[in-house]
Design a protein around this ligand. Structure first.
Ligand SMILES: C[S@@+](CC[C@H](N)C(=O)[O-])C[C@H]1O[C@@H](n2cnc3c(N)ncnc32)[C@H](O)[C@@H]1O
Length: 236
């Protein structure tokens, strides 16, 4: 059977419990190929906006002998897919594209549908969308693969819309409850990223006070999580 990368394996863990799964923006198709081996999976589908990636996914499914188990959709987001799924994965895509895909498919806000998301950039855009649309976080994974950090979350729509107040409110509990060395490293990486962003604005020619304020708030937010994580687990 196919061997997944650390990132995709972590994403597959968040999918656990899903019976009808759709992988949006599948590209190589590795995740649906891997998931197709499980008896509990009753339906598995892969979609992509482009013909190229979709045929790559089909070729891989053929190679691994699971072509008959997977459905393929050529689709911009969920546009050409039906809605008979209980788990929707969107991974390795920019946060803005991800948010756009989800906001065009409001049927995904449902207590019966789990989203598994791994935004590659602009995570906060996705998190804000999830809060404002009435999703709550179920679980998360932080992955360090070849020195690069990835954050994947699972969420479900309970219809209770909330204001997004930063990472602390959105994922704080998650980080406190499952505090590992990777969490600690990831939080340090995030805080360093904000510090560098602030420095770059200050030294750049078009420094903006508003932007600096925004990054400072994010930094404060992350430092608050770090402090509480340390209080929760003194061993790290
Ligand atoms: C970097 S790959 C990620 C592949 C895989 N999901 C992963 O995590 O390894 C991004 C894929 O998303 C597809 N994509 C981009 N925008 C899309 C959209 N609006 N709807 C569906 N697929 C899209 C691209 O064609 C590409 O194959």
């Amino acid at each position: 059977m196919i061997k997944l990368s650390k990132r995709l394996l972590a994403i597959s863990e968040l999918v656990e419990g899903g019976h009808k799964i759709l992988d949006v923006g599948t590209d190589h198709g590795y995740l649906p190929i891997y998931l197709s081996q499980f008896e509990s999976v009753r339906r598995i589908a892969a979609s992509d906006i482009s013909e190229g990636p979709l045929s790559r996914a089909k070729e891989s499914a053929l190679k691994y002998g699971v072509i008959d188990k997977i459905e393929f959709f050529l689709s911009d987001g969920l546009e050409n897919c039906d809605n008979d799924f209980d788990t929707i994965v969107i991974a390795g895509m920019g946060g803005e594209t991800m948010t756009e895909i989800l906001s065009r498919a409001t049927w995904t806000v449902s207590p019966d549908i789990k989203l598994v998301l791994q935004p590659q950039s602009k995570q906060e855009t996705v998190f804000e969308y999830l809060c404002l649309s009435g999703f709550r976080v179920l679980d998360h994974r932080i992955i360090n693969e070849r020195g690069k950090y990835y954050l994947a979350i699972s969420a479900v729509g309970d219809g209770e819309k909330r204001k997004y107040n930063g990472l602390y409110g959105f994922l704080g509990e998650q980080f406190f409850n499952k505090y590992t060395r990777t969490t600690a490293e990831y939080l340090l990486y995030l805080s360093e990223k904000q510090r560098k962003a602030i420095q770059n604005i200050e030294t750049g020619s078009n420094g903006s006070l508003q932007l600096i304020k925004e990054f400072c708030l994010r930094l404060e937010d992350i430092e608050k999580i770090i402090k509480e994580c340390k209080e929760h687990d003194k061993s790290i």
